[in-house]
Design a protein around this ligand. Structure first.
Ligand SMILES: Nc1ncnc2c1ncn2[C@@H]1O[C@H](COP(=O)(O)OP(=O)(O)OP(=O)(O)O)[C@@H](O)[C@H]1O
Ligand SMILES: [Mg+2]
Length: 309
């Protein structure tokens, strides 16, 4: 028998995942039937307004958040809670570096902790150099670093075990614009050099366009449009994606907050009948209020809308 090389497996495969939170008025479906996959070495961005379920989705992939329906596979293994194996396969960088770094530990301990818990070893100095830090920072505490340096330390820690996937949850949202640009360039370099896949969560469409191969637009717990980044930016089909793109700050609008979308954000405890965006949608038809739109596909570009633009 001749051995044929197995195709590289999907790094993360999320299928029909539902996450619910109990609240006094009922249950919030923070993630309501999301399917999403990331291929080896690919950057997939998840974008959408605050509260649409991005962080909850990330937590579910990390095994930190129980799911009530669906399956999540990371590198071929089903996620069931947190485990050492999962920690070796997914790195995470949160918006707030203090969520990734223990303030009482020196940098050296924080970045080498993943090696310690998995019985591995590595060179802290070269890991710090990889993220553009001088190795002397290893003897400092997080509060003795700048915000950008702290985020670089968090990135180093996420890369320590060379996971096939790193999740970034708004990693530059708390940084100044010039520092944001440096971190984005660092992420591009890391991906070129290490070839790991990124799942990149952000509100910031400009950043996403720069980094992502594919983009998934999320609205109230659902992915409403997904496709290759340039296709979605150049030819957005879902009215929500259009609204997001129109409200995104451009150079001439920089410094002004984007206009909020028209219409009311529905009560998240509602079980939706029809399209969940219908109440805010300028293109809504009668059918939109009664029938949940199924997928429409144009090559790799998929959207869920009865009356696309
Ligand atoms: N622990 C919780 N208990 C109850 N509801 C929660 C909990 N965590 C999140 N939610 C709700 O789930 C929904 C999705 O929240 P999530 O934090 O995932 O959104 P997000 O897209 O990450 O928002 P942001 O852009 O502000 O970070 C929101 O309605 C939120 O209020
Ligand atoms: Mg979030």
């Amino acid at each position: 028998m001749t051995a044929t090389a197995a195709p590289p497996r999907i790094v993360v495969d999320v299928k029909n995942v539902v996450v619910e939170f109990g609240v006094p008025s009922g249950k919030v479906r923070a993630v309501d039937g999301v399917s999403l996959s990331v291929n080896p070495g690919e950057t997939v961005a998840v974008v959408g307004e605050s509260g649409c379920g991005k962080t909850t989705l990330a937590r579910a992939i990390l095994g930190l958040q129980p799911i009530v329906e669906g399956t999540i596979e990371v590198d071929g293994t089903i996620v069931r809670g947190t485990s050492r194996g999962l920690a070796e396969r997914v790195g995470i960088v949160w918006q707030d570096p203090y969520a990734s770094l223990n303030p009482k530990w020196k940098v050296e301990r924080s970045v080498s902790e993943p090696w310690r818990i998995t019985g591995k070893s590595g060179d802290v100095a070269s890991l710090l150099r990889e993220v553009g830090l001088d190795p002397t920072v290893m003897s400092r505490y997080p509060h003795q670093l700048s915000g950008g340096q702290r985020q670089r330390v968090a990135i180093a820690r996420a890369l320590a075990l060379r996971p096939p996937l790193v999740i970034f949850d708004e990693p530059t949202a708390a940084l100044d614009l010039s520092i944001q640009a440096q971190i984005l360039n660092l992420l591009k370099d890391i991906q070129r050099d290490l070839g790991c896949a990124f799942l990149y969560i952000s509100h910031d469409l400009t950043t996403v366009r720069y980094l992502a191969d594919r983009i998934a637009v999320m609205y109230l717990g659902r992915i409403v449009e997904t496709g290759p980044t340039e296709q979605v930016f150049e030819n957005p089909r879902h009215p929500y994606t259009r609204a997001l793109l129109e409200s995104a700050p451009t150079l001439d609008k920089l410094g002004h907050l984007p206009e909020p979308l028209e219409g009311e954000l529905p009560d998240p405890t509602t079980r939706f009948k029809g399209c969940r965006f219908a109440g805010r949608c300028v293109r809504a038809l009668d059918v939109c209020r009664t029938q949940d739109p199924g997928p429409s596909e144009e090559g790799q570009h998929t959207y869920f809308c009865h009356n696309p633009g």
